[in-house]
Structures are given as structure tokens and as C-alpha cells.
Design a protein around this ligand. Sequence first.
Ligand code: CA
Ligand code: CA
Length: 292
Amino acid sequence: MLRLTSDKKIDIMVSTNTPSARCSDGDTVVFETLDCYDCSVTRQGERLNIERMHNPATGPLFIEGAMPGDALKVDIIKIETRDWGAMGTSFGEFAFKSIQGSDHSMHVYDIKDGFVEACGHRIPVNNMIGVIGVAPAGEGVLTVTPGAHGGNMDCRRIREGASIYFPVAAEGALLAMGDLHALMGDGEVFGYGLEVSGEVTVKVSVIKNMQLEQPLLIDKGEAMCIASGETMEDAAEKALTSMYRLLRRCGQDEADAGILMSMVCDVALCQMVNPLFTVRAAMPQEMLKSML
Ligand code: CA
Ligand code: CA
């Protein structure tokens, strides 16, 4: 099985990146990933004084046959992580702008038997991928930023067992991923999840002529349009507009597409801490079955 090692890393997703590896449509591939700190934090919570990349993503992977106008489907088969995670505190910014805490340190927690022991609680892990995407159309996008190409979406539903479709904008798609979290709540309020290195096993498939505006995520019976914008409202509107257009393409007329969404579409915040906000709009997967 093809394995992309974590020394093949990027901090910008762009069509001019040189591929780290190539694979065929339908292949299963393993991505070894560093944590968002470029693994510069020790298990004791010390920050090593090394030159580090910000939010590195492993790749990019060139998928033969993927062309602009196609979609790249990524089935997330397995996510494995190291047995500890790190999280820095961020008082005075993000969600805690009005809270001036005195703690600005790194906190480290053990991960054992599928649970995290933290702050007096035993919490079941939800391994997820913070950064996953393809080369965007036009200018490159740093791996700290989300967009229509994916990137730093920090959506906790991008996890083992889920599938995600990306709009292909460059030949070969140029898939990259990193920034795994063993846990992260919607909002990612401190600016970090429980950050871990690890490895992700995915199957990549080229879907011909599936025009997408935004990433489309399938998880546990729900189909979700994920969109990012300058404000939460902007991101939500983009996600909902994308979902509406998909329902229309599935044969719903203009009123019915909106009525169904008003009845059952759930909107949730993915993250509020990156350069753009990210929101997801979820419908029952069955309502989009004619295109999936
Ligand atoms: Ca992130
Ligand atoms: Ca992160």
C-alpha cells in the first residue's frame, strides 16, 4: 500500500506544488501526519525551540485521471493517533476575547483505550482530520485557512467512516491532509483541538463530471455542505446555497428544495478561530441519493 511519510509536508495548497507521490483512481493510501505544532511539543508539554511549519499537511498526492470539473471522493477508512495529545490555551482571543486568563501554557493528556483522561473526566475520543483538501482554483491557500478546496475546515464530522467529496481544480487533484484531533468540539473555542500526530488510511476515487461548489461530507447518514466565509452568516449562507443547488440537481423543484431544507436541514458551526469561519449544513443523506 502506498504510504506518504510526514517529511513530505506542505504549508500551502496550490496547483503548482510538486506531488509527493502518485496513485491510481481507486487506490488505498496511508498519510502519516504531524500535529499542528509540527511536532515541536514534547510529551511533557515543553515547546522545543525548533524551526517549525505552521499546521503542516502531508502530501500532496496526485491522483491519476482527476481533472478540473471532477470531484475527488475520499473515504476515510482509518485514523490512528499517538497515545497523547496537546492543547495550548488561548485566553484573550477567539471565543475568549473578554476573558483574560493567566494560563498561556501547553497542556498534555494521555489517550488510552479510546478515551482521553482530562480535567477530571474520561471522554471518548473522536479522531478527526482538521486539514484536508485539494489544490484550489487560482492562488494558493495556506494550510491554516479553509475554503472551497477544503483546507483547515476543522469539522469534527470529518472522521473515520466518513466520506468527503472535493471539487477538483487542478490536474491530479493534489490531495493533502494533517492537523488530526483526538477531540474537538464545534467552534474549536481555544483555537486548538486535542492535537495529535498519526496516520490516516483513505481510499481515493475520481467521480467524473460531478461539479461541486464546496466540499460535500457524508457521515452517519447525513450529507453536509461545508463552507467558509468572512463571517458565520456568510459561511452559513454559502453552505445552505450549496445544499439547495444539490437538491435541485437531485430533481427537487425550487419550492420543494427550500421546503425540505426548512423542515430538516441542520446548520452547525465547525470552527470560529481560523482566518475564515466554517459552517456545515446537513440533510439526510437519503435525500441526495440520486447523486451519491
Ligand atoms: Ca485546524
Ligand atoms: Ca488543530
